[in-house]
Design a protein around this ligand. Structure first.
Ligand code: ADP
Ligand code: MG
Length: 244
């Protein structure tokens, strides 16, 4: 990495933005009397279609708040957020939850699979909430599982799979609605090194296939796989680097 790689507010790829934050501020107030906490302070960020972005920063720097806004789980106090052309800042909770189901995929550190359901049923869940018919849900979930290499494990429950396989199933679930943006929060945090590497290879393959990825991570090895890393500090994007 050289000074030339530091390009504030530049995007790793040209082209249209899938997600675009402009002047996004998030203020938390525990009570009317409590002092406000500025979790995000005027964040400008455009994630290009097909980009692989990493978000890093110390604890308390605003990563989760940023992720919650990108994921339409929360609304900015001020500023605008467009996902795939839709303006989220003005939406009701119900509209945001619809957009979330249609345009976003989520991958978590702890996989968050439903233990009582098969991998196939787990991968199909996002489609259930969108009212997709049962036969199509099954077909699309099977396709997504095939894509992550779990075609021979579809009828197993999560507990019958290894950690890496469970994360693959969770990735299939994140892909099943063909999201505009996949958000991953410490996706390899619960995995050993070899398994983490295999999951990162899978992310590389998805990126090569055109999936847009934003990954929150503490792990420099994970961030190094991304095209661009943004560093959060005190609610701001303090630095960003393009990977050589
Ligand atoms: P990170 O994920 O990088 O650790 P967060 O986004 O969780 O950072 O938090 C950023 C700041 O906002 C911190 O000072 C945190 O204490 C504060 N914060 C986060 N969520 C809330 C909340 N619900 N209420 C009050 N303060 C919050
Ligand atoms: Mg956090």
């Amino acid at each position: 990495m050289t000074a030339a790689d530091l390009a504030p507010h530049a995007s790793a790829t040209t082209g249209d933005a899938v997600a675009e934050l402009t002047g996004v501020t998030k203020v938390y107030r525990k009570s009317a009397a409590a002092p406000p906490v500025y979790a995000l302070r005027g964040v400008d960020l455009a994630i290009a279609r097909g980009e692989h972005l990493a978000i890093v920063g110390a604890s308390g720097s605003g990563k989760s708040t940023l992720m919650n806004i990108l994921g339409c789980l929360d609304r900015p106090t001020d500023g605008s957020y467009r996902i795939d052309g839709a303006q989220v800042a003005d939406m009701t909770d119900r509209q945001r939850s619809l957009i979330r189901g249609q345009r976003l995929g989520f991958v978590f550190q702890a996989f968050n699979l439903i233990p009582q359901l098969s991998i196939l049923e787990n991968a199909a869940t996002p489609l259930f909430y969108q009212g997709v018919a049962a036969a199509e849900r099954t077909e699309r979930a099977a396709e997504a599982l095939d894509r992550v290499g779990l075609d021979d494990r579809m009828h197993h429950r999560p507990a019958e799979l290894s950690g890496g396989q469970q994360q693959r199933a969770a990735i299939a679930r994140a892909l099943v609605n063909k999201p505009a943006l996949v958000l991953a929060d410490e996706p390899t945090g619960a995995l050993d090194t070899a398994t983490s590497d295999a999951i990162l290879e899978l992310f590389d393959e998805l990126h090569d296939a055109g999936v847009t990825l934003a990954v929150i991570t503490h792990d420099p090895g994970v961030a190094a796989r991304a095209q661009r890393t943004i560093v959060m500090r005190d609610g701001e994007i303090a630095e960003q680097h393009l990977t050589a």
